[in-house]
Design a binder for this molecule. Structure first.
Ligand code: HEC
Length: 466
């Protein structure tokens, strides 16, 4: 027996050692402790922080459970202890996040099998908490008067062109487009607001951002009153740009970790997320039928995905630089970024099967990108932001340069150019017909433009500055 058993055992140990060696070689296993021991700080805590802490922390300890402190994790919630050290199968934590329909995280996609495995092994190994990183989220205060004008990272224009809103650091400022008067300054509780969008009927605003390295989410506000209509925290870092779905029932915003989040306005409905990029997703746009999303990322790619299936349909482009902005009508997606290129992608061709030239054994795939690429005129500088009119006929392009250019989506022909914009132009927005355009710049002013006349109507500073 022994003679048979021993080599096998030896073999297994060797393989295991090789495996561990591989992990060390690839930098997966750190230099401290045994290779197979789970680190709370490096492996478990990021899962709690990303998926749980938004609802299980001070002031909002759902089910009586706090997961942002070691004491809270040890104590557990109303039902009892969160875990039984050494016994994952008897632990509430595991039963809540696994099984056929995991109960937690509530209203969100279940944890991946790998993450559940990490939690299970952590408990099996004794559920040690080497250190719970401090999770102090300082309260965000909006100064009455700012020392310097905050950059305008996002602007939105109501579909009727009457109301404008600008994202200014930690607040959004609503103003009357006709007379430039500030109507309301709304603090958001976010340290950094990256974008703001109007619902298709103008009744709601979605504010995207969060607290860097702490949380990211979307705040819904009532346009008329400025009252909060719900806050959804969905990530461990700020969210970026996106917009409302054409039917107004949900929003899609890009986030850290290559994730696109689809967040229903109805807070009883679950958030859906898909990790389709490998780095920050900086902008997301819906097709007019609401069925597809175009997304652009710091990973330099532009992708098209299905809203219903929350799945990637195709990577339509890989740029040489990061993509800052995307836009779409029913036929094409458009993206632009640091590479100073503005490209359109014909969906019909881009999403069709791979075409080949030749036949039989000589058949080779042809370069499809050349077939579905619809190049625009070269932009003046790096593309920072894009916007379509509500009817999706016009495209506005904001760059690092001071000229905002307008194009027809249908044939990519230039319609006009608005000179002397506050550059770099960080945000643009148009009304339903593309008659009016708002732009926001780095120096903190918002400009209101008459598109047809190519004229600046007014410039305003939404936030008073010393
Ligand atoms: C969107 C909010 C939300 C998120 C995110 C969330 N929870 Fe919860 N959790 C709740 C609510 C609400 C309850 C109370 C539900 C109830 O009592 O039926 C709860 C209850 C629990 C309980 C039971 C507490 C008790 O003792 O009764 C556990 C355990 C739990 N959550 C674990 C987790 C874990 C682990 C995660 C992350 C993977 C997570 N939750 C993420 C909202 C959330």
């Amino acid at each position: 027996m022994g003679a048979v058993e021993q080599p096998r055992f030896h073999d297994a140990a060797m393989r295991r050692n090789l495996f561990i060696f591989g992990l060390i070689a690839f930098g997966i296993v750190g230099d401290c402790g045994a290779a197979d021991s789970i680190s709370f700080e490096r492996e478990v805590w990021p899962i709690f922080r990303r998926h749980c802490v938004a609802c299980h922390a001070e002031g909002k300890a759902k089910g009586g459970l706090r997961m942002d402190t070691a004491a809270g994790l040890q104590k557990g919630g109303e039902t009892g202890a969160l875990f039984v050290a050494g016994k994952p199968e008897e632990s509430l934590l595991i039963s809540q996040v696994s099984g056929e329909k995991p109960e937690m995280p509530e209203k969100e996609p279940p944890l991946s099998a790998e993450k559940v495995k990490v939690l299970r092994e952590w408990i099996a190994q004794g559920a040690r908490m080497d250190r719970v990183p401090k999770m102090v989220v300082p309260e965000v205060k909006v100064p009455e008067v700012s020392a310097t004008a905050p950059a305008i990272t996002g602007v939105a224009l109501s579909p009727d062109g009457k109301r404008g809103v600008a994202a200014c650091r930690s607040e959004v400022v609503l103003f009357d487009v006709d007379d430039g008067k500030v109507l309301k300054r709304v603090p958001t509780g976010m340290d950094l607001v990256n974008d703001v969008a109007f619902s298709p009927d103008g009744s709601l605003m979605a504010v995207s951002g969060g607290y860097p390295q702490q949380w990211g989410g979307v705040l819904f506000l009532d346009t008329a009153s400025g009252a909060e209509r719900g806050l959804r925290k969905v990530a461990a870092d700020t969210l970026f740009r996106g917009e409302f779905s054409p039917d107004g029932s949900e929003v899609a915003f890009g986030g850290p970790g290559g994730v696109v989040h689809v967040i229903p306005v109805d807070s009883a409905k679950p958030v859906r997320s898909m990790e389709i990029h490998s780095d920050w997703v900086l902008d997301v746009a819906y097709t007019p039928d609401g069925k597809r999303l175009v997304s652009g990322s710091r990973d330099k790619t532009t992708k098209v995905s299905s809203v219903e299936e929350m799945a990637l349909l195709r990577s339509v482009d890989e740029s040489s630089e990061m993509i800052h902005a995307v836009a779409t009508d029913g036929e094409t997606g458009v993206s632009g970024g640091s590479a100073k290129v503005l490209s359109g992608y014909d969906y019909k061709l881009a999403l069709a099967g791979v075409e080949v030239t030749g036949s039989g054994n000589g058949a080779t795939p042809v370069n499809k990108k050349a077939q579905y690429l619809r190049a625009f005129e070269a932009p003046a500088d790096a593309v920072m932001c894009l916007a379509t009119s509500g009817d999706r006929k016009l495209l506005a392009v904001g760059t690092r340069a001071s000229e905002i250019r307008l194009y027809r989506m249908a044939d990519r022909g230039r319609v006009s150019a608005l000179p002397k914009a506050d550059a770099p132009v960080l945000s643009v927005a148009m009304d339903a017909t593309g008659a009016r355009l708002l732009s926001g710049g780095k120096s903190g002013s918002v400009q209101v433009w008459d598109v047809k006349e190519g004229k600046l109507i007014r410039s305003l500073n939404p936030v008073p500055v010393k």
